[in-house]
Design a protein around this ligand. Structure first.
Ligand SMILES: Cc1ncc(COP(=O)(O)O)c(C=O)c1O
Length: 343
């Protein structure tokens, strides 16, 4: 059987064998439902080791659920949430954030997926004005949807600015492990140590079958979140199968190993393709994604062999994502096809 692998997304990959094994090992006997089980207790302990002892963590099924419910927790329907135009929150969640929170999303254009105090400050006004949606959250994605990274200083500046204005900082960390691996920092050093209030932490894109976490700075921020998760239909009754995966992922540096590997594969891919003068890499390759502009006529030819997305039809920019299971052989075979096709 031909094993098909491409560069479409890091959720096109399967499940890391150790995580599948963790599911299998949890598949014995009966266990308490809805998180009332020993796997969940152990996984929560692991999260506290990695993110800090005060954090309050909840497991959900998917990343959209993590973002939407985390934001719902800290907002009222009359608030606004500020994010990049390119944010998953803005373009890939079918308006679920607006629908569930009732908030207004205020977006700013960005070339590299990042926002800054300078870029957003024109939106932070109108406090106390009953005619104006009240700014409440700044949301960033780390790494961004364009594969770039915020520095620690940039995150701290946004957190300080948010707090100065009585707002909160949310991170969509669907690929946060890739950011930590690339920045060579621990998970807490790139989040709660910098003043982050709410974090969506991804498992699926780093080798899990399913499962993401919503993590709050402490219990003061997460009051009543259990009800919000249930109303939001993200309470897993057989939660042990999410928890067992997270426990394994956060043990023995598996999260870091997987993330380092996918980052490394993206770096190799970028180094190889940029040897072709007809290909232009458009973003810094700082995590596990490569963005490039190719002559339009070759894209569909390449896609016949390897699936990947065209990111921007107008500019013929494509996105290539690497996963925990991408191999150097996969990269070399893909690059060979690119070099043969684009002359
Ligand atoms: C930046 C980002 N946030 C969140 C998600 C979560 O999406 P899903 O609801 O598909 O798990 C994704 C998935 O593509 C993503 O890329």
């Amino acid at each position: 059987m031909k094993i098909s692998k491409g560069f479409a997304s890091d959720n096109y990959s399967g499940v890391h064998p150790k995580l599948l094994e963790a599911i299998q090992k949890a598949n014995v006997g009966h266990a308490g439902a809805y998180g009332n089980d020993e796997y969940t207790a152990r996984a929560v302990k692991k999260f506290k080791e990695h993110f800090g002892k005060d954090v309050d963590v909840y497991f959900v099924y998917n990343g959209t659920g993590a973002n939407v419910l985390g934001l719902k927790m800290v907002t009222e329907s009359y608030n606004s949430i500020i994010c990049a135009e390119t944010a998953h929150l803005n373009v890939d969640e079918c308006d679920a954030p607006e629908n569930f929170t009732g908030c207004k999303l205020l977006t700013v254009p960005t070339d590299d997926g990042k926002i800054s105090v300078e870029k957003i400050k024109h939106l932070v006004y109108g406090f106390g004005d009953q005619h104006h949606a009240q700014p409440k959250v700044i949301s960033i994605t780390q790494p961004t949807e364009l594969g770039t990274l915020y520095s620690l200083k940039e995150i701290r500046e946004l957190a300080d600015y948010a707090h100065k204005n009585n707002m909160l900082l949310h991170i969509d960390g669907a690929r946060l492990s890739n950011a930590a691996a690339s920045l060579r920092k621990s998970l807490k050093e790139i989040t709660f140590y910098l003043g982050v209030d709410v974090l969506s932490f991804g498992g699926t894109k780093n080798g899990m079958m399913f499962g993401e976490a919503v993590i709050f700075r402490n219990k003061d921020v997460s009051k009543n979140f259990v009800y919000i998760r249930k109303q939001g239909m993200q309470l897993a009754s057989k939660m042990r199968f999410i928890s067992a995966q997270f426990e394994e992922l956060l043990s023995n540096d598996l999260w870091l190993h997987n993330a380092r590997h996918s980052n490394k594969m993206a770096a190799i891919l970028a180094d190889e393709v940029k040897k072709n003068p007809k290909i232009k890499i458009t973003q810094k390759v700082q995590a596990n994604g490569v963005f490039a502009i190719l002559p339009r006529q070759y894209i569909s030819k390449l896609q016949k062999e390897y699936f990947f997305y065209t990111w921007n039809e107008e500019t013929s920019e494509v996105r290539w994502m690497c996963s925990f299971d991408t191999t150097e052989e996969d990269i070399h075979a893909f690059v060979a096809l690119i070099q043969k096709t684009i002359k």
